[in-house]
Design a protein around this ligand. Structure first.
Ligand code: ADP
Ligand code: MG
Length: 351
């Protein structure tokens, strides 16, 4: 993979549309990130993100919108066929131009990922305690195997499992327990940012709620940043501070999580929130309104606004005119021609 940009200093200038940075660089700032597979599949197209320490950012979107590609790109974990451009500034340091040794140090200790589907991510033939101890040993030459195993036991307790479960093999654990092990692994090297890609999708609703509360608690206790990825906008609205909604590789809407969920400005955001009603909310007991069709194949994107073929409110011009994110009032932005001009009292308004 290649990066076309060079490392910038600790106080980079703001990219278009993002507020000017004040003081220290944010924990994570992604600028104009693109990922293209095999030269022809633009899976991520010009994404900007920002996460501060202690902040929880949700990334929503249907399957195929580029969420996992984005997550893997943040730590350069994509296959060699993926070409990356843009900037991924972790504490002001560009991940895309890091030397290999530095990148190894940043993985796990700077940022770590909890993948979807813990059964596939854990090694079936190793005890889970040894798997948690492995990154600890990799990252600290001073730590003895016995100390790493002790730390693995402590991490298991931190995620609500008895330390003795370190002796178990993955198949001896339930789906929820395996996902707790994955979270313990992600915490092993005290990362500053945790990226959780559909961490609860394979779990039943009760266990899903327990795991989400655990992640929330860990983020609150340790003042780390969190990026939580899900197709379920209701889950993200409950867990996160801010939300970015992705469609066809782009962020099409962003803002405070509850506002985006309750009253999305982009028709795709509205369709997603209607598809995932809040559990226990009597007002949303009606059958969710489905969104017809599928997201486009990134190898054959429609012209104009990529959402226009599925959009219930598209204008004729949407078939030819692409839309950038624009101010949508308050701290909100949306990439839709129908988004109203910001309210007069919006101090950040630009038009
Ligand atoms: P999501 O996580 O939102 O479901 P993905 O990031 O997995 O989306 O996929 C985005 C798009 O990139 C999809 O069209 C998918 O087929 C394509 N894609 C994902 N991984 C690869 C790969 N290794 N090579 C080529 N295309 C890929
Ligand atoms: Mg995915």
């Amino acid at each position: 993979m290649t990066a076309t940009t060079t490392t910038t200093g600790p106080e980079p200038s703001a990219s278009p549309g993002l507020p000017e940075p004040v003081g220290d660089p944010p924990l994570l700032e992604v600028r104009n990130l693109t990922v293209t597979y095999g030269g022809t599949v633009p899976a991520v197209r010009g994404v900007d993100l920002r996460v501060e320490a202690g902040q929880k950012l949700g990334i929503a979107g249907e399957s195929g919108c580029g969420k996992s590609t984005l997550a893997l790109a943040l730590l350069r974990l994509l296959p060699a066929t993926a070409k990356l451009t843009g900037e991924i500034l972790l504490d002001g340091e560009d991940v895309l131009t890091m030397k290999w040794g530095r990148l190894r140090a940043v993985r796990w200790a700077g940022a770590s990922i909890v993948f979807q589907g813990a059964m596939h991510s854990l090694n079936a033939v190793h005890r889970v305690g040894d798997q948690i101890a492995e990154p600890i040993l990799l990252h600290s030459t001073k730590t003895t195997p016995a100390a790493a195993r002790k730390r693995a036991g402590e991490l298991l307790e931190q995620v609500g499992l008895p330390a003795a479960r370190a002796q178990a093999y993955p198949h001896e654990l339930s789906g929820g327990q395996r996902q707790r092990v994955m979270i313990a692994m992600a915490l092993a090297c005290d990362p500053r940012l945790i990226i959780a890609d559909e961490p609860t999708t394979a779990l039943d609703v009760m266990i899903q709620a327990q795991i989400l509360r655990l992640i929330e608690q860990l983020v609150a206790d340790q003042d780390v940043g969190l990026i939580m990825i899900s197709h379920d906008l209701a889950v993200l609205a409950d867990t996160c501070d801010r939300l970015s909604v992705m469609y066809a590789g782009r962020v099409v809407e962003e803002g405070p999580a509850r506002q985006v969920y309750a009253e999305a400005r982009h028709p795709y955001g509205r369709a997603l929130s209607a598809a995932f009603p809040r559990i226990g909310d009597p007002a949303s007991r009606r059958a969710p309104r489905g969104l017809p069709g599928d997201p486009p194949d990134p190898a054959a994107l429609p012209g104009g606004c990529t959402f226009h073929p599925r959009c219930p409110v598209a204008l004729d011009s949407c078939a030819t005119e692409d839309q950038e994110l624009r101010e949508a009032g308050g701290e909100r932005r949306a990439a839709c021609v129908l988004v109203n001009a910001p309210a007069a009292d919006d101090s950040r308004s630009t038009s």
